[in-house]
Design a protein around this ligand. Structure first.
Ligand code: PLP
Length: 403
């Protein structure tokens, strides 16, 4: 008996919720939980550009050879152009080192592992604004990095608590790492405004703090270019930083595990050495990344017509999220005058927002109305659609009034 002492792992609220939704056989159940973009039929949404890219790849019969350790060079270049902008000078000057990784989560893990082995970050801590994506803390702890939490979100006002963010960057010791979600903050949907990104950079630079960008939702907030504002501003200001890019949400490639880690560094030989270390870490940990998702993305980004189709589809997704937010707000506030402050529905961006519901109300919605969201009251806006939104609003109204 070798494994008697293996303890249970901590529960994952997202998957507990998913199991509860799957177990509920009510035909009218509503899943506002897991962070996947759903279409009007409440189903996974395969993009038309992906469908076409699949046909092109089928014809090419590329087979299933290993991908090179650091990923397909053209794919990572195209991915960098999405994040940093097509004509970004840093890409051309090779200040940016990009390697393929196993989607956003795998990029964050690789980045954390890399930082944990860099001499400059020895004894340094990772600052995470709360509420946060639940996977950050375990991902950093896994490689021995300690996490410090500070308040990111002002729940009463439904906006970023910018004073608290500034306090955190003003007080953190030199060399601390700050995880910054570039757009569509998970779970709050509350993002920094351009002037706040600029102010943040101004405070972080003299204090020699290290930005760790997480870009999991580019294109679903204010637009592909707009969503990258903060990251691009930090790059223009000459920061060294890293960015974890996921194509799960904006290409609908969740299961293909497709993403890129970009490291922006300074110094003559530095980018080459960074690249070499990443190559080693990838080789030692997982050898190379999955090829198929990257081939799909590359087929789209390398083809003007398909690229336009993709960006138009992203616009449609984004506009649908906005109109669902308006519809829910109107159902609750204008039609039903539901008690409470529902302004976060309109003020947040992307896939998520918090509703002003307590855990007991969230449970009642699940058990009595078959409407599921995270205990924190975070909803996935795309889980709503024209056929369920009225029922969602009337159930919320009923639960709020009866508690
Ligand atoms: N970062 C944030 C904030 C997320 O919400 C997610 C996924 O939900 C990820 C990163 C990683 O996503 P994936 O590993 O699917 O690319």
């Amino acid at each position: 008996m070798f494994f008697q002492d293996v303890p249970q792992g901590p529960p994952d609220p997202v998957y507990i919720l998913k199991n509860a939704v799957d177990a509920d056989k009510c035909p009218e159940k509503v899943d506002l939980g897991v962070g996947v973009y759903r279409n009007e039929r409440a189903q996974y949404n395969e993009l038309g550009a992906i469908k076409e890219a699949k046909k092109i790849l089928t014809q090419k019969e590329l087979g299933h050879d290993y991908e090179v350790t650091t990923g397909d060079a053209e794919f990572v270049r195209n991915a960098a152009a999405v994040l940093f902008g097509k004509n970004n000078k840093a890409i051309k000057s090779s200040r940016i080192t990009s390697v393929q990784a196993i989607s956003g989560t795998g990029s964050i893990h690789l980045a954390a592992l890399f930082l944990s082995r860099c001499a400059s970050f020895k004894g340094k801590q990772v600052y995470i604004g709360t509420p946060a994506w639940g996977n950050y803390e375990p991902l950093f702890n896994l490689v021995g990095l300690k996490v410090v939490k500070y308040k990111y979100y002002d729940a009463a006002k439904g906006v970023v608590d910018f004073k608290s963010v500034l306090d955190a960057v003003s007080q953190a010791p030199e060399g601390s790492m700050f995880v910054l979600q570039g757009c569509c903050h998970n779970p709050s949907g509350a993002d920094l405004k351009p002037e706040q990104w600029r102010e943040l950079a101004n405070v972080m630079r003299p204090r020699k703090l290290f930005p760790f960008f997480d870009m999991a939702y580019q294109g679903l907030g204010a637009g592909l270019e707009e969503d990258a504002y903060g990251l691009r501003y930090f790059e223009e200001q000459g920061f060294e930083f890293l960015a974890c890019q996921s194509f799960s949400k904006n290409f609908g490639l969740y299961g293909e595990r497709c993403g890129v880690l970009h490291v922006v560094s300074e110094g003559e030989k530095v980018p080459a050495n960074v690249y070499d270390q990443l190559r080693c870490l990838i080789r030692w940990e997982f050898s190379s990344s999955p090829a198929y998702g990257a081939r799909l993305v590359n087929t789209i980004l390398g083809n003007e017509e398909l690229s336009t189709k993709w960006t138009n589809e992203l616009i449609t997704m984004r506009q649908r999220l906005i109109s669902l937010r308006r519809a829910l707000y109107s159902e609750l506030v204008e039609k039903r005058k539901t008690p409470g402050n529902w302004s976060t529905i309109l003020s947040s961006t992307g896939l998520f927002c918090f509703l002003p519901l307590d855990p007991r109300q969230v449970s009642t919605l699940a058990t009595q109305h078959h409407i599921y969201m995270l205990q924190s009251s975070r909803i996935n806006v795309s889980g709503m659609n024209q056929s369920n939104i009225e029922r969602i609003a009337s159930s919320i109204d009923e639960v709020v009034r009866s508690s």
